[in-house]
Write a protein that binds this ligand. Structure first.
Ligand code: PGA
Length: 309
C-alpha cells in the first residue's frame, strides 16, 4: 500500500462519478471527455489495487473500497478547495471560478450584473446555468454550483437563503386585447380568459396555480410552453394571456406588443433568493459576487441598468 500515487485530477474525477452516478455527467461537470474520466478512474483503481466502481445498468455504483475512498476524498477535496480559496484570497481575487445556477426568470437580471462584475474582476471565469426551479433543485442536491438564485426555496431543504430582489409576477396580454384599456380588472374575470403556461417544474407556474387555487377560480390553460420568451411571443401573437415576471417585460427585453394588465391581486409578490447548501463554505469568489449583487440591488430593482462603457 505504501507509496500510492494518486493525483488531484483522479480524485476529482472519482468524486464526481460517485456523486453523479455517471462518467459522462462527471466529464461534463469537469469539462473533460468521458474517456478522460474513465482513464483517470482506471489509473486510480490500479493504484488502489481494488475496483472502486461497478456498473449496474447505466449507473456507476461504489464498491466497498470505493465507499472508503469517497469518505476520505470528499474531506480531502473540501480541504483542498479551502486551500484554493485562501490562495485566491492572497492573490487578491485575481483568478477564480464561479458557477451559478439561476431560474429562468433570473436571466433577465443576472447577465446585467455579470457585465460590471466581470469588468471589475477580469480574472474570474463565470459559468451560469439557466434552468427551471426543479432542475435547479436537482443541481443543488448534487452540489453542482457555488451559488443558486431561485424563487422561494422549499423549507424542507438544509440550506441558507437570503432574499435578493423582488420578482413581481404580472398578467400579460397582447396590446390589442380590450382588457389592456381597463383601469381595474377583477380577479374573477380571469376565469373567462385562456392562459399560456410554463412547463411542470417551473416556480412561476407553481405560484400561479397556487393563486388560482386559493381564490377558487378556474384556470384555463390553452398551451404549455417551456420558455418565458416563447410565451411572450405567443401572447403577442394573440394565443392567450399569461402571468410572468415583470422583469421579462423590461424595455431591454425587446417586448413591445405585450402589455401588463391591471388585475386586482397583482402583482404576485415574489423574491429571488441567493441560496447555498448549509455548511458549504462559500468561496472568496462566491462571497465577493454575493456582496456585489447586494451592492447593486437598487439599480436591479429599478431595472435601470447602467449602460456598458
Ligand atoms: P421558473 O422559476 O423559471 O422555474 O419559473 C422562477 C421562480 O421560481 O421565480
Amino acid at each position: 500500500m505504501a507509496g500510492m500515487r494518486v493525483t488531484l485530477g483522479q480524485l476529482k474525477a472519482f468524486e464526481a462519478v460517485a456523486r453523479l452516478g455517471s462518467f459522462s455527467a462527471a466529464g461534463k461537470e469537469l469539462f473533460v471527455t468521458q474517456p478522460a474520466v474513465s482513464k483517470k478512474i482506471r489509473l486510480l483503481q490500479d493504484e488502489v489495487g481494488l475496483p472502486l466502481l461497478e456498473q449496474i445498468g447505466k449507473r456507476s455504483h461504489l464498491t466497498d473500497a470505493g465507499r472508503l475512498l469517497l469518505g476520505v476524498c470528499t474531506d480531502w477535496l473540501e480541504t483542498w478547495s479551502h486551500f484554493e480559496q485562501s490562495i485566491a484570497d492572497l492573490q487578491g481575487l485575481k483568478r477564480g471560478r464561479l458557477r451559478i445556477a439561476v431560474v429562468t426568470t433570473g436571466k433577465y437580471f443576472m447577465p446585467r450584473v455579470l457585465g460590471p462584475f466581470c469588468a471589475d474582476y477580469p480574472g474570474i471565469d463565470v459559468a451560469m446555468e439557466v434552468v427551471n426551479r426543479n432542475r435547479l433543485l436537482e443541481r443543488l442536491a448534487r452540489n453542482q454550483d457555488d451559488l443558486y438564485i431561485m424563487g422561494v426555496p422549499p423549507d424542507d431543504l438544509d440550506i441558507d437563503s437570503e432574499p435578493l430582489i423582488s420578482n413581481p409576477l404580472v398578467v400579460v396580454a397582447p396590446a390589442s386585447n380590450p382588457l389592456a384599456k381597463r383601469r381595474r380588472i377583477r380577479f374573477d374575470e380571469l376565469a373567462n380568459q385562456v392562459f399560456l403556461m410554463r412547463e411542470q417544474g417551473s416556480g412561476t407556474r407553481i405560484a400561479i396555480e397556487r393563486m388560482f387555487q386559493e381564490r377558487q377560480t378556474p384556470l384555463h390553460v390553452k398551451m404549455e410552453l417551456g420558455s418565458n420568451e416563447a410565451i411572450k411571443q405567443a401572447v403577442a401573437g394573440g394565443l392567450g394571456l399569461s402571468i410572468m415576471s415583470r422583469h421579462a417585460l423590461s424595455p431591454l427585453s425587446g417586448t413591445d406588443r405585450v402589455v401588463e394588465l391591471k388585475v386586482q391581486g397583482f402583482p404576485i409578490k415574489r423574491h429571488w433568493y441567493v441560496v447555498t447548501p448549509r455548511g458549504k463554505q462559500r468561496s472568496v469568489v462566491a462571497e465577493t459576487f454575493v456582496d456585489f449583487l447586494h451592492d447593486h440591488v437598487r439599480w436591479l430593482e429599478s431595472g435601470s441598468y447602467p449602460a456598458p462603457d
